[in-house]
Ligand binder design. Structure first.
Ligand code: VAH
Length: 318
């Protein structure tokens, strides 16, 4: 059975539904902390209140449900983590430590999502290698590098089956992001459909890796299902599907909606975080070791987002 921690988060809420579709509702336990789960989540399978910083409770839940795989999607995203660095460390690392210890005692495999945020200003920005310098300047990045090292240690030292990917910004029409630096790439679609205009917090030239949510879900599940004997790396694989800056995204939206206008009102905090991250990662290791291949490219993502967000808001744009 599978436990998802952070099942009401941006990735967690859609990953839970996808795992239930693939493995059966009763085999996927949705672990959430504060936010009330959606009806879809609550009505489709088992729920548990999980405080990742409570090791004893985590152990009890893993034993009660016969968990053999833990997807740990509990984290504060980059921008909000800069406002609350102590909480970001507590959830991100003390929480991960509890997950790894619980997994070690119960023989569970662990999925840990790292991020482009695990890189810093001294990391090569273009075609960022799988193995390269990682000196992030944000607390979010510190928790992600630490998490990668801790997860690899548990694999090497205790034989734990830990695996992870360095996610780029994730774009979805289903869930809204919360407190990330890449959130603009989701917010722009809602603003375009509702108001035909968007005020962008990141500047022209802020290139960031991005990925459409359906690819992000396949990515996590395909990695966890991969043949372990083929894995040279573990925590964590560079994975990406596209890289663009606000200018390129706005121009592509304009192709669908000619009267769409974007202006800028730079958020210095988000600008500084984005500037410390690479432009695009080399994800050849993931492609060769476990067959990673995104299905959505930039134009397909934009077109699908325009359609899905327009339908969701019941506002036509064509
Ligand atoms: C954030 N969306 O912006 C997350 C992610 C790569 C970006 O880590 O913090």
């Amino acid at each position: 059975n599978i436990l998802i921690i952070g099942a009401t988060g941006q990735i967690g809420s859609e990953l839970t539904m996808e795992l239930r579709r693939r493995y059966g509702n009763d085999h996927v336990v949705a672990g959430y902390r504060n936010s009330k789960p959606s009806d879809a989540l609550a009505d489709s399978g088992p729920l548990e209140r999980v405080d990742i910083t409570n090791a004893q409770r985590l152990n009890e839940i893993v034993k009660r449900h016969g968990i053999d795989t833990i997807y740990n999607l509990a984290a504060l995203l980059s921008a909000i983590a800069e406002d609350r660095p102590q909480a970001a460390w507590h959830i991100g690392i003390n929480g991960l430590y509890n997950v790894l210890e619980t997994a070690r005692e119960n023989g569970c495999a662990v999925f840990f999502p790292s991020s482009i945020g695990s890189f810093g200003p001294s990391t090569p920005r273009v075609n960022t290698p799988q193995e390269t310098i990682q000196r992030p300047t944000t607390m979010y990045g510190v928790t992600k590098v630490t998490g990668e090292l801790l997860s690899d240690y548990y694999h090497r030292r205790f034989g734990l089956d830990t695996r992870g990917v360095r996610y780029p910004g994730i774009i979805s029409s289903v869930t809204l992001p919360g407190g990330g630096t890449t959130d603009y790439a989701v917010e722009i679609f809602y603003a375009a459909i509702k108001h035909k205009k968007f005020v962008c917090p990141l500047p022209r030239g802020a290139f960031l890796d991005m990925m459409y949510m359906p690819d992000a879900l396949n990515c996590a599940i395909d990695l966890m299902e991969a043949d372990p004997s083929k894995l040279i790396h573990r925590n964590a694989f560079n994975v990406s599907a596209m890289s663009f800056d606000p200018e390129i995204l706005a121009a592509e939206i304009k192709r669908h909606m000619p009267d769409f206008e974007m202006t800028y009102n730079i958020d210095p905090k988000k600008q500084a975080i984005a500037a410390s991250w690479p432009n695009n990662m080399d994800d050849s290791a993931a492609r060769s070791e476990w067959g990673w291949k995104p299905e959505y490219n930039f134009k397909e993502m934009v077109s699908d987002m325009m359609e899905k967000v327009s339908a969701k808001l019941a506002i036509a744009y064509k």
